[in-house]
Ligand binder design. Structure first.
Ligand code: GUN
Length: 299
């Protein structure tokens, strides 16, 4: 059997186009243009690429994106002062501080200084608590995008065994809560779990978010399971030429695609969904702050 390849790029393009329509309609009805502030501190190469894509897609959807680039030497107090200004700027609906931050800055202090209503990453402790309490919140983008792909592939997830491999605050933990809220039986596994292959073999759904290239092998997967690969690992690729690199996920794609019923590729799977869900969160934050309503499919 060869798995269906889940086209996250196409799904994200449709979602982004739909967000663009909703933004246009809201503005035509008198709502102010939603605005996303994107803050990048330092020169991390991967972050530069992510931020460029986030800004480009935000603008393509008709929202305003306001970029703040700060040098790697920025102090925590300087960054907190910028956050305070953005919290109080009425034209800003969402604030995204790209991670990782330079080591002199405590990321938790910065994330928790963002007004929870503008926390479009869903990382603030108030949004984390609201998610776990089943209250309306802003939900982290990568797990939310992964959930949309799973529901599209499987429909109702009720009663399924889901294994999340990885326990990060950005992906693993919120992913587990989202799957629980869809009535899955959820296991959070990680690098110290005993017999990880056996745990994975029980799963109808595997979400791999560990940051280890090709870790989940074909024989870890139950035949017919759906596999979501969140990993984005840049590997040297001498076969493509000197100094060339390629991206690979946390799942051994070539093995897994022969066993799973559906699988996300890397690139082109979860990655584009993260950005589309950032736009969706910015729209949701804007609608709550500015008091305009959203169509059901955007809530
Ligand atoms: N760095 C890697 N992923 C993310 C993300 O989803 N949001 C932010 N702010 N930084 C990241």
């Amino acid at each position: 059997m060869s798995a269906k390849i889940i086209d996250g790029k196409a799904f994200a393009a449709n979602l982004t186009a739909r967000i663009g329509e909703v933004v246009k309609d809201a503005m035509a009805a008198g709502a102010p243009q939603p605005g996303l502030a994107v803050v990048l501190v330092g020169n991390d190469a991967a972050s530069e690429v992510y931020v460029r894509n986030k800004i480009r897609t935000t603008e393509a959807s008709g929202m305003a994106s306001i970029e703040h680039r700060l040098p790697a030497s920025t102090s925590q107090d300087e960054l907190l002062a910028l956050i305070d200004t953005l919290n109080n700027d009425h034209a800003i609906d969402g604030i995204l501080v790209q991670l990782p931050l330079p080591e002199q800055i405590n990321a938790d202090a910065v994330i928790n200084a963002i007004s929870p209503e503008k926390d479009v990453d869903g990382f603030h402790v108030v949004n984390v608590g609201r998610l776990w309490a089943g209250l309306p919140s802003l939900v982290p983008c990568t797990p939310y995008g992964s959930l949309l792909l799973l529901k599209d592939a499987l429909g109702d997830l009720s009663g399924m065994n889901a294994v999340v491999v990885g326990r990060s605050n950005i992906v693993g933990k919120p992913m587990a809560q989202l799957l629980l809220s869809e009535n899955c039986t959820v296991t959070i596994a990680h690098s110290r779990s005993k017999d990880l292959p056996a745990i994975c073999r029980e799963a109808d759904i595997i979400v791999a978010a560990v940051g280890r290239p090709d870790m989940v092998k074909g024989d870890w997967i139950k035949p017919g399971a759906v596999v979501i690969d969140v990993g984005i690992n840049r590997m040297e690729s001498p076969e493509r030429g000197e100094g060339k690199t390629r991206l690979t996920g946390d799942v051994d794609f070539n093995e897994a695609k022969e066993i799973a019923s559906a699988i996300t590729p890397v690139p082109g799977g979860v990655g584009p969904m993260t950005i589309a869900c950032l736009l969706r969160n910015t729209l949701v934050a804007a609608s709550r702050r500015q008091g305009f309503s959203l169509p059901k499919d955007m809530m």
